[in-house]
Design a protein around this ligand. Structure first.
Ligand SMILES: [Zn+2]
Length: 215
């Protein structure tokens, strides 16, 4: 077999990049000698993201491991090598590169984070379209069970929580006891859905402040 053929065989055996590694296609990956996982060397991360400053990458990894000694074990993320480098899995890569307040001026890093956020948000939307449930919302609800969700358009207009559209007509403020009977106190509904939940048309007597009903 020719050299090229052997090299091709070797390449063909590499598992395909997972979506996180795919965010940084210029990283050269290899298989971990410990367990065969697809990993990137900390030196390679330093080359691509930190002008070859390897210690910077190691410092971040050590902080990850030492900051939370009782918490996750980092088997999923890091494999320490005898030569002082660290083999990093794709999950580990997102830990190394995503950290609040960490190297905000590094343009290449910001690019990676932007792609990462888009990837997560995109995947969330797909899951929500399929199952009707957003994994991000489920996750946040675990931390803040009382949180009431509001919906906004991408340019920031508040949306009705039933039809998920910015209201054509803003409904008037209705009396508190009426509102709490049909909606969460922090809910936002278009006029159509206020009346729909109420099961009838609004009247003057329903309003918190008298005003002409213009619709
Ligand atoms: Zn609506």
């Amino acid at each position: 077999m020719t050299d090229d053929g052997e090299r091709l065989c070797h390449v063909a055996k590499m598992p395909s990049r997972d979506p996180f590694f795919a965010l940084a296609p210029e990283l050269r990956l290899h298989l971990s000698e410990d367990d065969g996982a697809l990993v990137v060397s900390s030196r390679e991360v330093a080359r691509v993201f930190f002008h070859r400053k390897h210690r910077r990458v190691l410092r971040k990894i050590m902080r990850d491991i030492w900051d939370m000694p009782m918490q996750p074990n980092y088997e999923d993320e890091y494999r320490l090598r005898d030569d002082g480098t660290v083999d990093i899995t794709s999950t580990g890569l997102t830990s190394v590169l995503n950290h609040w307040g960490f190297h905000n001026k590094n343009k290449r890093l910001r690019e990676f984070r932007d792609r990462y956020v888009k990837l997560i948000v995109g995947a969330t939307k797909e899951i929500e379209a399929e199952t009707g449930k957003s994994p991000i919302r489920n996750g946040v609800s675990l931390f803040f069970p009382d949180l009431h969700w509001r919906y906004f358009t991408e340019d920031g207009l508040m949306c009705c929580e039933e039809c998920r559209m910015p209201p054509r007509v803003w409904g008037p403020m209705v009396r508190d006891e009426l509102w709490t009977a049909i909606a969460h106190k922090d809910a936002f509904l278009c006029l159509d859905w206020i009346e729909h939940r109420l099961g009838r048309a609004l009247t003057q007597a329903d309003l918190k402040f008298p005003q002409p009903l213009l619709w």
